[in-house]
Design a protein around this ligand. Structure first.
Ligand code: SF4
Length: 369
């Protein structure tokens, strides 16, 4: 057996023993009994850690156990059930994909690559994941973990983008030989590559001494594993100044908070949160919130500041609270509603993470004023 095929055999043997248990994982070779679960888990796992997905996945599968139940639900229910995962456009894409599967494929996920690629939210990586993990077909897949592993096996040079491009060629080459062990167990192979990247061949700190494919790895032989890929240049984080207006009223004997639905596109698309006034400075943001409050006849109390960091932005949000008897007049194009405080705190009800944080700051007894 060639060195490359020996490396495949070693990796598959290691994965059979070392794979982590995950609620969406089918531990044995062969097709997955529930392709729907593979699609749900793959979309949830994008940009999200495995341990953060386990509970939302279980909740989602109880609420939407198959394509038919998801397709029949309103999109807002899907967004709501996505609570805690962030990047809510994935929930919308999954919902749209379910409708397409029901309408065009009779509720059965297609196996054809082009048909899969036509589904909302399904890019080249997810096509490879579905074809290999769900249907056990020899299909290449490259995500961040796989790109790093393959770059190290070949001691490839270049920036992250060029390594990713080359990794696709390398991933396909692994499946090319008729007698390749990877070709004989495509589902296990894809998962083994990702598992190695997630648990052993980690960014910056590969455990080469404990690696099952150490003997077949060029970067390890050359002692350059930790420098592949080269460190990423981080885009600077920009400060955004804002004021949040948390308006509370007693309804049916319980505190409720007035929320606005965010526009369907952009940050926090389709989620709910208290009115947020963004501006060039804290002072300008506070003036905009105060002008709104004066117009609505609200008496405001300052409740400190929340710092909320996204990938490229740091929100510095001054929190203002008001208690009212009746809802303020709304001049919004977007819908508004009253949500029970307890549900917002429980991160349900389709409320953005920033929304939960400013409501917490405004309503917790320890808030500064
Ligand atoms: S030997 Fe080191 S660099 Fe090579 S695959 Fe294993 S952990 Fe990664």
């Amino acid at each position: 057996m060639s060195a490359d095929l020996e490396r495949q055999r070693a990796l598959l043997a290691w994965f059979a023993e070392a794979q982590r248990t995950m609620p969406w994982r089918h531990p044995r070779p062969g097709p997955h009994p529930r392709p729907y679960a593979v699609l749900v888990s793959e979309l949830m796992l994008q940009q999200t850690r495995v341990d953060a997905v386990i509970e939302p996945f279980a909740r989602w599968m109880r609420r939407f156990p198959d394509f038919a139940s998801l397709a029949a639900a309103p999109v807002d229910a899907a967004v709501e059930a996505w609570a805690g995962l962030g990047y809510y456009r994935r929930a919308r894409a999954l919902h749209a994909a379910a409708r397409r599967v029901v309408e065009e494929h009779g509720g059965v996920l297609p196996q054809d690559a082009d048909a899969l690629a036509a589904l909302p939210g399904v890019g080249p990586y997810t096509v490879g994941a579905l074809r290999s993990i769900a249907f056990d077909r020899p299909a290449a897949l490259v995500d961040g973990n796989v790109a790093r592993v393959l770059a190290r096996w070949h001691a490839s040079e270049g920036d992250e983008a060029s390594l990713r491009k080359r990794a696709w060629r390398d991933a396909e080459a692994e499946l090319a030989a008729e007698d390749a062990p990877a070709r004989g167990a495509p589902s296990q192979w894809s998962q083994a590559l990702m598992e190695l990247g997630a648990t052993v061949c980690k960014p910056g700190e590969p455990d080469c001494a404990g690696c099952p494919v150490h003997a077949g790895c060029r970067a390890a032989a050359l002692g350059v594993a930790a420098t592949i890929p080269p460190p990423r240049k981080r885009a600077p984080v920009r400060d955004v100044f804002a004021a949040a207006l948390v308006i509370v009223a007693q309804r049916d004997g319980r505190p409720h908070v007035w929320l606005r639905k965010q526009p369907e596109h952009g940050r926090w698309a389709g989620l709910w949160q208290p009115p947020l006034f963004e501006a060039q400075s804290t002072e300008a943001a506070l003036s905009a919130a105060q002008a709104f409050a004066a117009d609505a006849g609200l008496h405001l109390v300052a409740r400190g500041e929340v710092e909320h960091v996204l990938t490229h932005r740091r929100y510095r949000v001054s929190v203002l609270a008001a208690t009212v008897e009746l809802p303020p007049r709304s001049v919004d194009a977007e819908p508004t509603r009253w949500s029970p405080l307890a549900e917002i705190r429980g991160r349900g009800d389709g409320v953005s993470r920033l929304g939960v944080r400013v409501v917490d700051a405004a309503t917790s007894s320890g808030s500064s004023s």
